[in-house]
Design a protein around this ligand. Sequence first.
Ligand SMILES: [Zn+2]
Length: 476
Amino acid sequence: MLRYPGWLLGYLWWLLKGCYAVARVFLVDARVLLGVAVKIPTVSFSASEQNTTALKEFDQLLRRVFPKIFSSSLVQHEMVGNYSHLLTVPGSEPDLEPYMLLAHIDVVPADEADGWDAPPFSAQELNGFIYGRGTIDNKQSVMGILQALEYLLEQGYTPRRSFYIGLGHDEEISGPQGAVNIVKLLKSRGVKLLYVLDEGLTIMDGVVDGLIGPGALIGVSEKGQATVKLSVSTPPGHSSMPPRESSIGILASAVTRLEKNRMPNLFGHGPERATFEHLAHKFGWPYRMVMSNLWLFSSLVLEGQPDTNAFVRTTTAVTMFNSGVKINVMPAYAEAFVNFRIHSSQTLQEVLKLIKSTISDERVKVEFVSGFDPLPISSYDEDTFGYQIIKKTVHDIFPEVTVSPGICVGNTDSRHYTELSPDIYRFAPSWYKPGDSARFHGVNERISIQNYEEIVLFYFQLMQNSDIRNLPGPRT
Ligand SMILES: [Zn+2]
């Protein structure tokens, strides 16, 4: 029988106890830290109104709970646009191109009266979940990234490859002060980034019919947007002698035409095809056959559900409709706003042309309000450093998860970073299960305590995985 010397057993026991203590402190702290972050209501109410008191308080919180980051001689910290944070962590090998991690501090409004199980800024724990606005969008990433860095600094870690962390304070209102100014600053310094990782897609589990096991979608592009204003003006009059068509009626017909004549199905023309091809082998019969032949079945499979329909076409959403002042007066004016999310293979100009030809009524004035083209498609092949490192990190933390490229149907701060890097990815490892779609910007936003711990570990691992010179193995 093998005999181990007492000192070796003693050493192993000490090591084990040490690891356990570190793991406990590290992860017990995690939920507490996310909780205090969620309790500060950093709400963006509108393009012109933000809770700046909360944003200041949030800055103080970060300095208090991450003492290593804010006192380290290694890490440079700058405030940008008053409330956004830019951290620079210089590596020991300056010839290695840096990467950048993004997250945002601000949140959308939340009202407990809408039916929350726990007050939205309470960070109350219920059945293993932390409830609160920002738990999945996006304070889990803010705190996860910083906690991972704090922990690395505690261990005396110095990276070889430099990296940046950008924490925007106005992402929910398009990032005009935060992300835009961080990009300006980095551009003025001549910074080029190997890759950028922002929030966006998640780990889908049980939400795609037929998909066996969870799938992590790494967003390689974002849809574009177009918002148009439709208006109709008619002579006013008394409701006792109405014209055959009212301004409301004319506008309603135009809106109905837009809803009925959806934008074309463009499946196969954008990265959504790669998503399903990468996942095809994880579908059970008969879905596997369908998924492997999506060119044939795309309209059948993908157009039925709102979330998968959004992948295959430019979507049409009528979001506002205003008209009328009095019950017996024919309204002289009616207006509606329609928001389109543009598919990767279409341009803003093409969509605007299609809107006009679909409405095809001169009485309806169509005005362009705002918009932009879809974002460029980042590479996701075997040789792409950023994509492969993110994929490897997902597998390190979640071995059972299949990784695939995807399209982000919403927009993030990362869309401002296109001049700094061709490879921008949108992903945070939050679990997205049936019913969760209603939690984003909705009621009962929450994260499981275990998932938050996984997120901290993900960023902790990502920082270390990114710290290699080249991707390992023979590259063809
Ligand atoms: Zn967000």
